[in-house]
Design a protein around this ligand. Structure first.
Ligand SMILES: [Zn+2]
Length: 164
């Protein structure tokens, strides 16, 4: 299913990502690009869909958010630790962000979009990048629409049987 990159291709992508001080979102774009996925980053959907997704892959009905671990409150992540001062202030702020993210993801899913969240920490080491790279095809091409189609076919099949 997932076609894993050759060692050369991975090295090339890594060199692009690690070579500059690249923002997490740019690193994800490099990964997608190197994998041959087509996407938009400033198209109408990027600007109008709930939560304004960082990356939209129309062919796969998939949107990607590249989230900073602190601002979006990545639970269990070492990059998400609430400051010792003004703790209440930060907690309130970040809980609000988490709730907004959840709500936007729910809206997107009800519109039929496959929603992927990639955390900045997933791009922080070569091993993590490798793991993300391996999961990408599964995450993107999972195509929840197909499951719906199968469900419908199943129902039609049952209806046909009832007529027999
Ligand atoms: Zn994290």
């Amino acid at each position: 299913m997932a076609d894993i990159w050759s060692e050369e291709k991975r090295s090339w992508v890594m060199s692009r990502i690690k070579g500059k001080d690249t923002k997490p979102e740019l690193a994800v774009r490099s990964l997608l690009h190197a994998h041959g996925y087509r996407f938009t980053v400033s198209g109408p959907r990027n600007q109008t869909l709930p939560g304004r997704p960082d990356i939209v892959l129309p062919k796969w009905a998939t949107v990607i958010f590249v989230n900073g671990c602190f601002w979006h409150g990545h639970e269990g992540c070492k990059d998400f630790s609430i400051p010792k001062t003004r703790t209440e202030f930060w907690l309130t702020k970040i809980r609000k962000n988490q709730q907004r993210d959840q709500s936007n993801n729910g809206k997107l899913e009800s519109l039929g979009w496959n929603v992927i969240t990639i955390w900045a920490c997933e791009l922080s080491t070569k091993d993590r990048l490798y793991s993300l790279e391996r999961r990408l095809p599964y995450l993107i091409e999972r195509k929840p629409f197909e499951y719906h189609l199968e469900d419908e076919t199943d129902q039609l099949g049952r209806v046909a049987e009832d007529f027999d």
